[in-house]
Design a protein around this ligand. Structure first.
Ligand SMILES: *[C@@H]1O[C@H](CO)[C@@H](O)[C@H](O)[C@H]1NC(C)=O
Ligand SMILES: *[C@@H]1O[C@H](CO)[C@@H](O)[C@H](O)[C@H]1NC(C)=O
Ligand SMILES: *[C@@H]1O[C@H](CO)[C@@H](O)[C@H](O)[C@H]1NC(C)=O
Ligand SMILES: *[C@@H]1O[C@H](CO)[C@@H](O)[C@H](O)[C@H]1NC(C)=O
Length: 420
């Protein structure tokens, strides 16, 4: 086939056209090249959202004309409200936090024929390397998402409770701005009465001790337009990963929960009684701090609710006399024991909780004493008086003063005055 002259000119034109630099973008629309897409994208930009992003603005030849990095702060703006050049309004929609895209914008969707000041000439194609850092919407409320809830939860956080918790605070892109762990102590505060930023005052309500939550709040419920002046930038959404460790209300009194009450309970402890008990002391989240078995426990943090698991072994009142209960009296009872008598008896001795501590039967001989000769503790002297031969009694003898030992419960009763 022979080419006509016309065809040849056409071919030449075509070749010329191809040899020139092809325009980097079609002349009528933006081109978006995603350079990084995060694995997790919980939320993509919609029209009407507010975003914070970093960008480098370049001409197609790579020459930079503007950069948010150079200004040291993100660009903060509403999307789809004509606050941006049309190409950017369009390019930002659908982006996720931490996504990075190279956006190529034709002049018609940028500064067109007029350009912009000295920096952007007429009909310039613009390239923006965009990194999205934050999205929120004026309609947003506090979002809280529980990712661990303990099985037992008898009480949840209410307005005006005092709580202790650990948290990690991050921006939406994951940048850590604060953590209670770095200070090695819990954050201790009232909830719901303005001690906290509004979002936390709301987001912590309803939590159980031991529960773990992610609380996400828009800047209006956090540090607002100006940020906190240091690590939290203006207009930033905040994400708090929280674990609640302790909860009480200053109006709370001590609360007592009986776990075991023995069937035979002839006497209840009263003020002034001397008591022996075992206990395990823990914080509300279960952290052990000490016990009667091990007094060298860990430090008790300030404002902590203390839980004592108590097992009462013994109590009496120092003013108690020996308590005598007759269990058998022979019919023929004329001669009663008295001071100066020599008596022989059998006994089984136990502690008040039933623990055996000795028996004449195990030695296979009787206990032989003279009454009133100071051979026994005073309670025993009293208990053996006025008995007749064959009589059986149960004696409850209060510990004589010399035998009292103030060992158990020292920490529970003295160092910390629970409920006072
Ligand atoms: C916070 O970060 C620390 C250290 O990375 C981690 O041990 C802890 O589980 C995180 N979450 C909370 C709620 O403290
Ligand atoms: C304290 O804890 C120990 C070990 O777990 C347990 O054997 C004991 O019964 C507990 N004592 C009380 C009073 O709860
Ligand atoms: C009861 O006592 C009387 C006099 O005190 C005595 O004579 C008698 O043998 C006694 N009876 C018994 C069963 O011990
Ligand atoms: C003590 O225990 C033994 C053996 O269990 C019993 O035979 C006796 O009656 C009990 N009482 C006295 C006072 O010895």
């Amino acid at each position: 086939m022979r080419l006509s002259l016309h065809d040849m000119i056409y071919l030449a034109l075509l070749v010329t056209f191809v040899a020139c630099d092809a325009p980097p973008v079609p002349l009528d629309d933006i081109v978006v090249e995603k350079t990084f897409v995060p694995e997790k994208c919980e939320r993509a930009v919609k029209t009407g959202d507010f975003v914070r992003y970093h960008y480098n603005g370049m001409f197609p030849d790579g020459k930079k004309f503007d950069s948010s990095y150079d200004r040291g702060s993100t660009y903060n703006v509403y999307v789809g409200k004509k606050q941006l050049i049309a190409g950017m309004d369009k390019a930002l929609v659908g982006m996720c936090v931490n996504q990075r895209s190279l956006v190529k914008i034709p002049p018609a969707l940028a500064y067109g024929k007029n350009g912009y000041g000295d920096s952007i000439p007429a009909d310039a194609i613009l390239h923006f390397d965009v990194l999205l850092l934050d999205i929120w919407n004026p309609e947003d409320k506090v979002q809280s998402q529980t990712y661990y809830k303990p099985e037992k939860c008898s009480r949840t956080v209410q307005v005006s409770d005092f709580i202790r918790y650990h948290y990690n605070g991050t921006l939406l892109d994951g940048t850590l701005f604060d953590s209670s762990h770095n200070r090695m102590r819990t954050y201790d505060t009232y909830v719901g009465i303005g001690w906290l930023i509004a979002g936390m005052d709301q987001g912590l309500l309803g939590m159980c001790v031991g529960e773990k939550r992610i609380i996400t709040l828009p800047p209006s419920l956090g540090y607002g337009e100006n940020g906190d002046g240091s690590d939290i930038p203006g207009q930033a959404s905040l994400v708090f990963d929280v674990v609640l460790l302790d909860l009480h209300n200053p109006k709370d009194s001590i609360s007592v929960e009986d776990q075991v009450v023995p069937e035979a309970c002839t006497r209840k402890s009263q003020e002034g009684d001397f008591m022996r008990y075992h206990y395990n002391g823990s914080l509300l989240d279960g952290t052990f701090f000490d016990s009667s078995a091990c007094l060298s426990g860990t430090k008790i943090p300030g404002s902590a609710v203390l839980v004592f698991d108590v097992h009462v072994i013994d109590f009496h009142n120092p003013s108690d006399a020996v308590q005598i209960t007759l269990s058998y009296k022979p019919e023929n009872c004329s001669l009663l024991s008295k001071k100066g008598d020599f008596v022989k008896c059998h006994y089984n001795a136990t502690l008040l909780d039933g623990t055996p501590i000795g028996s004449t039967h195990s030695f296979d001989r009787t206990y032989d004493v003279v009454l009133g000769a100071g051979q026994m503790v005073p309670g025993m002297e009293d208990g053996l008086k006025d008995m007749c031969v064959g009589e059986k009694r149960v004696l409850v003898i209060p510990a004589p003063p010399g035998l009292r030992r103030e060992r158990s419960g020292r920490r529970g009763t003295r160092q910390r005055r629970v409920g006072l």
